[in-house]
Design a protein around this ligand. Structure first.
Ligand SMILES: CC(C)(COP(=O)(O)OP(=O)(O)OC[C@H]1O[C@@H](n2cnc3c(N)ncnc32)[C@H](O)[C@@H]1OP(=O)(O)O)[C@@H](O)C(=O)NCCC(=O)NCCS
Length: 194
């Protein structure tokens, strides 16, 4: 019984979390919610089957500032995480409009993915008080592996089965089956096709 207790405990915990996140826009079967994860505005977030959200990951639908300086959510944001995708510890996903992560994607620890950035063109305001902007959608193709500590900036499409090397900052699209690394990320090889 003792041997099975931790599993039982985890099961209870994940069931409670499922209830807590029952207002997700969509949630597949067998989703794993790790410790102290945070999902802000789950009503715009869809998780496929067997998605694994590891400890301390933070998924947020971000409010942008409208004309009268009142933060509000854009009309119809959508953050989609496909079946069997794994999100590592301390990963941060900041979505103001559209982020789509495909199926079977491996997102390592401490990855940042965002479609949002701060305005910084006004000199009369600190940047923290300038409007957040929808800076273009982010898409990560199925089967890709995003290395530890990678940042994926707005308006980026990463193709299928790509590898993004540890610590890269992705500033341009990466075509299917490529490995990219560095700051800014450059393609270092085309992965062998079967
Ligand atoms: C990208 C990666 C998969 C490439 O591995 P690989 O195919 O064995 O490539 P190599 O080690 O032969 O490196 C090829 C070149 O890219 C460079 N390179 C490799 N990874 C790099 C990285 N993360 N950043 C910058 N340059 C990198 C190498 O220095 C080498 O350059 P050179 O030809 O001038 O010597 C690997 O280096 C990596 O970053 N893995 C991610 C590890 C990780 O995040 N683990 C988390 C656990 S899930």
């Amino acid at each position: 019984l003792i041997e099975y207790f931790p599993r039982f405990y985890r099961k209870i915990k994940s069931t409670l979390q499922r209830i807590y996140y029952s207002n997700l826009q969509g949630v597949g079967s067998n989703v794993f919610f790790g410790r102290d994860i945070r999902i802000e505005h789950p009503e715009y977030v869809s998780l496929g089957d067997n998605v694994y959200l590891n400890d301390f990951c933070w998924i947020s639908i971000v409010k942008h500032k409208s004309e009268n300086n009142t933060p509000k959510i854009l009309k119809n944001p959508s953050l989609i995480i496909g079946d069997r995708t794994y999100i590592g510890r301390f990963a941060t996903i900041a979505c103001v409009n559209k982020i789509k992560i495909g199926e079977d994607v491996l997102i390592s620890d401490r990855v940042f993915i965002g479609d949002v950035s701060h305005g910084y063109e006004r000199n009369d305001l600190p940047i923290k008080d300038q409007d957040l902007m929808d800076s273009g959608p982010v898409e990560i193709g199925s089967g890709s592996w995003i290395g530890i500590g990678v940042s994926i900036l707005p308006n980026i499409k990463i193709g299928k089965n790509c590898v993004i090397g540890a610590g890269a900052v992705v500033t341009r699209d990466i075509p299917d089956y490529s490995t990219a690394a560095g700051v800014p990320a450059k393609i270092i090889k085309i992965n062998r096709k079967i």
